[in-house]
Design a protein around this ligand. Structure first.
Ligand code: SME
Length: 161
C-alpha cells in the first residue's frame, strides 16, 4: 500500500460521484464497495447516519457481511461514542475496548470517522478490519476527505436518509 493508492481511490470516487447519476444510497454503497475492494485491511465498510432527536445511529449503506447492528444508540460501542465526541476513533485492538459492539469474531480493529454537514456531526464512516492495528494517519486523512466529499456532494439530502 502506498500514498498513490490513497489519492487514486479518492479521485476515482470523486469522479464517479460527479459523472454517475446515482441516488445518495447508491453513491454511498459505491464508495463502500470501492474502498473494501481497494484496501486489503478494509473487511467491512459502512455508513451510519444519526437521528439527532432520538439519538440513534442507523446503518444506511455497507459493503461486507451483513451485521446485526442496524441501529446503535448514541454512547454505545465505538460508533455510538463517536456520535457524542465528534472525533475520529481509531481502535487498534477491539478486544482492549470495554465499550465495543462486536459484529463478527474475526474483527480485530476498527476506525470510525465522523461526517459533518454545516458543522454538525450527522453520521460516520465505520471500517472493520480482521487485522490488528492496520490503520494509520493516511487512512484517517482519506476517510476525512471522503466524508467531506459526501457532505459537499449530497448536502441536505443526507438529512433525509
Ligand atoms: N463495532 C461497532 C458496531 C458496528 S459494526 O462494527 C458494523 C461499534 O462498536 O460501535
Amino acid at each position: 500500500m502506498n500514498k498513490d493508492r490513497f489519492s487514486d481511490v479518492f479521485s476515482e470516487i470523486s469522479n464517479h460521484l460527479k459523472s454517475a447519476d446515482l441516488t445518495v444510497v447508491e453513491g454511498l454503497n459505491h464508495i463502500c464497495t470501492v474502498l473494501r475492494k481497494t484496501f486489503a485491511h478494509y473487511d467491512w465498510v459502512g455508513f451510519y447516519f444519526a437521528d439527532l432527536e432520538k439519538k440513534r445511529l442507523h446503518l444506511k449503506a455497507f459493503s461486507g457481511n451483513p451485521v446485526e447492528h442496524q441501529e446503535i444508540p448514541f454512547g454505545k460501542g465505538i460508533c455510538g461514542q463517536v456520535a457524542e465526541t465528534h472525533q475520529n476513533f481509531v481502535v487498534p485492538d477491539v478486544n482492549a475496548q470495554d465499550n465495543y459492539l462486536a459484529c463478527n469474531i474475526d474483527v480485530k480493529s476498527e476506525i470510525v470517522i465522523p461526517l459533518f454537514l454545516e458543522g454538525k456531526n450527522i453520521g460516520q464512516i465505520d471500517i472493520d478490519s480482521n487485522k490488528i492495528n492496520p490503520f494509520t494517519s493516511k487512512d484517517e486523512k482519506l476517510l476525512e476527505a471522503i466524508c467531506t466529499l459526501i457532505s459537499k456532494t449530497y448536502s441536505t439530502s443526507l438529512l433525509q436518509l
